[in-house]
Design a protein around this ligand. Structure first.
Ligand code: SDX
Length: 428
């Protein structure tokens, strides 16, 4: 017998089906609530609202569990790579050797962008924020692939595999070219090498001097990207689904995702964490004063807290270790890491944070890794977007392939003026 739930309202009792996920999550299916009762639900920030049924990623916030298609993030971080995990997230299974090689070859073959897109960078002031450039360049990329950005679901899906490869590969070139443009340096054409080595080459090589990775930077960056690959219905992924639900193509949808990711409460937090650590360091504080300020509500401990994780973000644990090993292999001693460790240890023992279940999230240590690699702070959220691309692509696919998917159009409760008549301006 199907499980049901009853909602008792002034005008009666209303029964609704209970949906249970494969890992035990439960939801009241309220799709008929307004038709049956005339009421809607109100849940600002959607903290208690499921927007979809998805097979891609599972998070248990209470236990700090993150799985992609049933594989734990710890298992993938130990054994997989960014692009292999990207295939898992997008297509649902770990690829066999042949499919993986084909995918890697396609990524290599799409490493550069159309030469006429180089000129787009001239239209941005050098002070333009990299996320503004990235969002517009991704939408522009769709214009170079009109057959993949028709906004006709069937046609766009017919080109999905190639669109996915183009976005994953070319977003990397756009990011590197954005950095080079802002630094006033010439663009470096891609080389025939692995995903992260090619990115580092396009970022840091010179026409006369090839970037050499002597400290496993490429491997650390690959892990960073993998840990950002998808994360259920976060702000930017929900934005991608919202835009996809109206039938928009994948380029337009991920371009919107970049804009949503930019904010300091979301992907912009990795930039805010480094700025916070630098300010603490510059003030001579070891973090203790800052913690007190945060407890008084005078400051926010960026990189801490999460809407879903009420336990340690498993990604933060892995990135914390990775930040130590990359600094170690580079022989670097970053005082910001010591301050971060001190903030973490103090916060984890402090009732203010314990009572609010505030733990380090993915952004807390990621900036230390990016800084050690030499990536400028204003490019940190661009790096988050590079990692999140496969997740956005997979969520767009889940919407586009669902013949029953409907346009996302939330309701509201109106609390404005009730009835007013027009008054001519000379009488106001
Ligand atoms: C990401 O959703 C995802 O999955 C996102 C992400 C992904 O992979 O896509 O995981 C990536 O965006 C991680 C989050 C990055 N953002 C930050 O690190 C910014 C700092 N964190 C906060 O802004 C906040 O914790 C949020 C935005 C992450 C979550 O906000 P919520 O769930 O709306 O929680 P809240 O703001 O209602 O806070 C509850 C309480 C409040 O105190 P009281 O009013 O109860 O006294 O906790 C306090 C808040 O003031 N609080 C903090 C805090 N975060 C929450 N106090 C100090 N420092 C913080 N960081």
């Amino acid at each position: 017998m199907e499980d049901t739930g009853t909602i008792r309202l002034g005008n009666g009792n209303f029964e609704f089906p209970i949906i249970e996920g494969t890992l035990g999550e439960k939801a009241i299916d309220t799709r008929a609530l307004r038709a049956k009762s005339g009421c809607i639900t109100y849940d600002e920030g959607y903290g208690n609202t499921g927007s979809c049924l998805s097979k891609i990623t599972f998070i248990n916030g209470e236990k700090g569990i993150l799985k992609h298609r049933g594989y734990s993030i710890e298992d993938l971080a130990k054994n997989s790579t960014f692009l292999e995990t990207a295939m898992l997230i997008i297509y649902g299974d770990l690829p066999n050797q042949e499919n993986l090689e084909t995918f890697l070859q396609k990524i290599r073959s799409h490493a550069s962008i159309h030469t006429s897109m180089n000129g787009h960078f001239d239209s941005f002031p050098s002070a333009a924020h990299p996320m503004a450039i990235l969002s517009s360049m991704l939408n522009s990329l769709g214009a170079y692939h009109p057959e993949m950005s028709t906004n006709n679901r069937e046609e766009d899906l017919a080109h999905f595999d190639e669109t996915a490869v183009i976005l994953i590969s070319k977003v990397r070139a756009i990011a590197a070219m954005t950095y080079r443009m802002k630094m006033g340096m010439p663009f470096i054409p891609p080389a025939d090498t692995s995903y992260t080595s090619n990115f580092l080459h396009m970022m840091f090589s010179e026409p006369y001097n090839e970037y050499v990775d002597n400290h496993g930077v490429g491997k650390a960056l690959d892990l960073f990207l993998m840990l950002h690959a998808d994360h259920e219905q976060n702000c930017s992924t929900s934005t991608v689904r919202m835009v996809a639900s109206g039938g928009a193509n994948l380029f337009a949808s991920v371009s919107a995702g970049v804009s949503a990711l930019w904010g300091p409460s979301h992907g912009g937090a990795n930039m805010a964490v480094i700025k916070m650590l630098e300010e603490i360091h510059a003030s001579g504080d070891d973090g203790s004063k800052f913690i007190e300020a945060a407890k008084k509500g005078e400051a926010k401990l960026m990189g801490f807290g999460h809407r879903v994780y009420k336990n340690y973000d498993p990604r933060a644990k892995i990135l914390g270790k990775s930040s130590e090993s990359i600094l170690g292999s580079m022989g670097m001693n970053d005082p910001l890491l010591e301050i971060a460790r001190k903030l973490e240890q103090s916060a984890l023992k402090d009732d203010y944070f314990i009572n609010r279940k505030l733990y380090p999230n993915v952004d807390f240590y990621s900036g230390i890794i990016l800084k050690a690699i030499g990536i400028p702070v204003d490019m940190f959220t661009v790096m988050f977007a590079l990692g999140r691309m496969p997740g956005w692509i997979a969520n767009w696919k889940e919407i586009a392939e669902n013949p029953k998917s409907r346009i996302h159009r939330p309701r509201q409760i109106y609390i404005g003026e009730t009835e007013r008549s027009y008054v001519p301006v000379n009488k106001r």
